[in-house]
Unconditional design. Structure first.
Length: 474
């Protein structure tokens, strides 16, 4: 499998279209990781996909078939083959079958003739992927023997998995029956997952072969698993020595926090190596501004967990505003997260007269008024309100005691009020002036204004009468 091919390397080892489809589940795990790296703005020059196991879920009907005579033969048109071994003159060979989305070995037997003898069988497959030096390979397979299993079934060879360089037993480089690192995990009922790990040295050759076997050695009939089903074979590799090469953000955001409250969602990064594999045990430092709107992060640095992820516990300070929290690992491009400290969502915002009429080039008699208060009705001073009028067409010049223009920044006073006077331009017509309270997730508020011609009856007959303040304003 070529490491230099990024977009297509997950198809390596597929012998036909059906095999490519059945490898999709493993490939999607890699694609998901790769997509996250791209979204993070990080492009890899070499990315290793999980190694596709052709017909690893045994769903390809072309590979269906049965072997019930001693010897080695392809099953159907492959890619899996089988070997069935008898005990000459004493025990018939077991039956090997692929079909209904599984591989099955039936008819395992034992006999005591000057010692306990067993027949045996195995499925084997050339993945089409070449062995690569200095890698850790992990193969897993789900098995079901309709009984609860113990670790002894692995060491006895009654059921197992192996990695090899050919179809033969002698070519095995790692086997669950011979002391290689292996785990047996109960999934549900009597379904287990066997996971085998093998590390290569610098000098390797040939392709990776997978063996699924039932090769009991000296197992009495009372202890023998007579029928075993295999399914969902997966294979992957990673570097033996992992060095941080990138940071992948855990959440897309947006990241917000109320004053002196936790930042949500949680800020996290996954530290990955050059193949995109996560690295546990790496210290990630999170940095926030020293002054202004910011957050306190503790503990800091944070050590990546078994999934290679470091999650920051960040609590906003009392300042409103936007800022960055930066995750960094030495020798790796940092990852910045944009955060906003915002007003609590229980604040109350009330606007003054929402509809105003005025003559062109004249001053509207009512100011545009916004009042901001907290959950207890107390005014909130120092809150920025952004007023905005249209840039073209009917519009108005907004002003207060500090500045003027079609856009205006106003700050609530000690009584919680922010305001803007509006002077109509020379173009007749209706338009909207918006008022957005900064550092909230609330939508902007709208004032509907209309510029009338000089002497327009609408204006002359009192439609722009005394300003009416909402009863809810103090």
């Amino acid at each position: 499998m070529s490491e230099g091919i990024v977009a297509m390397s997950f198809l390596s080892g597929a012998s036909n279209v059906s095999d490519t489809v059945t490898g999709t589940r493993a490939a999607l795990r890699w694609l998901s990781c790769f997509a996250s790296l791209l979204l993070a703005g990080w492009v890899l020059t070499a990315v290793a996909a999980p190694i596709v196991v052709p017909n690893g879920d045994f769903s390809n009907p072309a590979n269906n078939g049965t072997i019930n005579t001693a010897g080695t033969a392809p099953i159907g048109s492959g890619p899996w083959s089988g070997t069935s071994v008898a005990v000459a003159g004493l025990l018939l060979p077991p039956t090997l079958t692929i079909g209904a989305g599984a591989a099955r070995i039936d008819g395992l037997l034992s006999i005591n003739v000057a010692g306990i003898l067993n027949n045996s069988g195995r499925f084997h497959l050339d993945t089409g992927a070449a062995w690569i030096g200095n890698r850790r390979y992990t193969v897993s397979v789900d098995v079901d023997a309709n009984v609860l299993l113990g670790a002894g079934v692995l060491t006895s060879g009654n059921v197992g998995v192996a990695l090899a360089t050919s179809n033969t037993v002698a070519s095995r480089v790692a086997s669950s029956a011979t002391g290689a690192p292996v785990t047996l995990t109960l999934l549900s009922g009597t379904r287990y997952r066997i996971t085998l790990t093998h590390e290569t040295n610098a000098s390797v050759s040939g392709n990776v072969f997978i063996h699924l076997f039932a090769e009991p050695g000296g197992v009495l009939s009372a202890n023998l698993l007579s029928s075993i089903t295999f399914d969902d074979v997966a294979l992957a590799s990673q570097l033996l020595t992992q060095t941080p090469a990138g940071l992948v953000p855990g959440n897309p955001g947006p990241y917000t926090a109320f004053p002196e409250s936790p930042v949500t969602p949680e800020i996290s990064v996954t530290v990955v190596d050059a193949l995109g594999d996560p690295i546990p045990g790496v210290n990630v430092t999170f940095t926030a501004p020293i002054t202004g709107a910011s957050a306190v992060i503790a503990p800091n640095p944070v050590t990546t967990d078994t999934n290679g992820t470091a999650t920051a516990t960040a609590v906003a300070n009392a300042e409103l505003g936007s800022y960055s929290i930066v995750a960094s690992v030495p020798g790796v491009p940092s990852q910045a997260f944009q955060v906003r400290n915002i007003l609590p969502d229980d604040i109350t915002i009330v606007t003054g007269e929402p509809r105003l009429l005025g003559e062109v080039n004249g001053l509207f008699s009512c100011v545009l008024l916004v009042h901001v208060s907290d959950a207890e009705g107390l005014p909130l001073p120092g809150i920025v309100v952004d007023f905005l009028a249209p840039l073209t067409g009917p519009s108005a010049i907004l002003s207060n005691d500090i500045s003027s223009g079609v856009s205006l920044e106003a700050v609530t006073d000690g009584d919680g009020f922010a305001w803007a006077e509006a002077r109509a331009n020379s173009i007749q017509g209706s338009y909207v002036v918006t008022a957005g309270v900064r550092h909230t997730l609330l939508p902007s508020f709208e004032f509907n204004l209309r510029n009338l011609g000089l002497g327009d009856p609408l204006h002359a007959h009192g439609f722009d009468g005394p300003c009416v303040r909402p009863a809810s304003l103090p």
